[in-house]
Design a protein around this ligand. Structure first.
Ligand code: C5P
Length: 227
């Protein structure tokens, strides 16, 4: 018997990160921020100077992904637990947009995805897992009890990202963020392997113009329908 999973997929800034954290906290379930894993690989790659266009560097990144010594915040207590890379606190570093871009570059390559697949499935534990990513419902947890595909308009996603970055003290330019988001989504959607897309049995949740409480109420409505 495998622990139950609720999958949240969708583009960056759609609200899925906030939603999955709150749902995990309310259910008392574990939380998997799978994007953080791809971002950790990108941090290692950036430091080593690896290029996602070079096959030898992709192999190096896949080996680094398989060997990730990651203390991952899986406790579903709603807190922002630190993301540690070999003991170093990289919680702020991984949020950088340059890191996100590099993460998206390496995420297009099957060896990197394969290396992270086992790690993600190992985090499936009782009483349950809330999984946040791009391919949670399609590839990593195809048997999830509930699959949500969370979207919002590009403008709204850029505004949310801008607010997040401003809060964390980073100098942010809203036009730059808009184009970064549009470009990264296009790449994540267009890739051959595990593209970002709704699973056939996913429920689409558009959060444009909604606040978190409104969307949460809808999500819990769907959860109770599934029992
Ligand atoms: O969600 P987040 O913005 O942290 O993800 C960073 C990047 O990691 C995404 O743009 C995507 O390319 C990649 N990713 C992925 N599959 C996931 C989660 C993230 O390919 N399940």
């Amino acid at each position: 018997h495998l622990a139950p999973v609720v999958a949240f997929d969708g583009p960056g800034g759609s609200g899925k990160g906030t939603l999955s954290r709150l749902v995990a906290a309310r259910l008392g379930w574990h939380l998997l921020d799978s994007g953080a894993l791809y971002r950790l690989v990108a941090v290692v790659a950036a430091r080593e100077g690896w290029d996602p266009e070079k096959p030898a560097d992709v192999d190096r990144a896949a080996a680094a992904a398989a060997a990730l010594d990651v203390a991952f915040p899986v406790a579903g207590d709603g807190s922002d637990a630190a993301v540690l890379l070999a003991g170093e606190n990289v919680t702020a570093v991984i949020r950088d947009e340059a890191v996100a871009r590099l993460a998206s570059g390496f995420a297009a390559h099957p060896p990197v995805r394969a290396a992270l697949l086992e790690l993600q499935r190992r985090l499936r534990r009782e009483p349950g897992l809330v999984a946040d990513g791009r391919d949670m419902g399609t590839v990593v947890f195809p048997d999830a009890e509930l699959k949500l595909y969370v979207t919002a308009s590009p403008d709204e996603r850029a505004r949310r990202r801008y607010e997040q970055l401003s809060l964390s003290g980073g100098g942010a330019n809203i036009d730059q963020i808009y184009w970064d988001i549009v470009e990264r989504d296009a790449r994540d959607q267009a890739r051959t392997h595990s593209p970002m897309k709704p699973a056939a049995d996913a429920v689409e949740v558009d959060t444009t113009g909604e606040d978190v409480e409104q969307t949460l109420a809808r999500v819990f409505g769907l959860l109770s329908e599934r029992g």
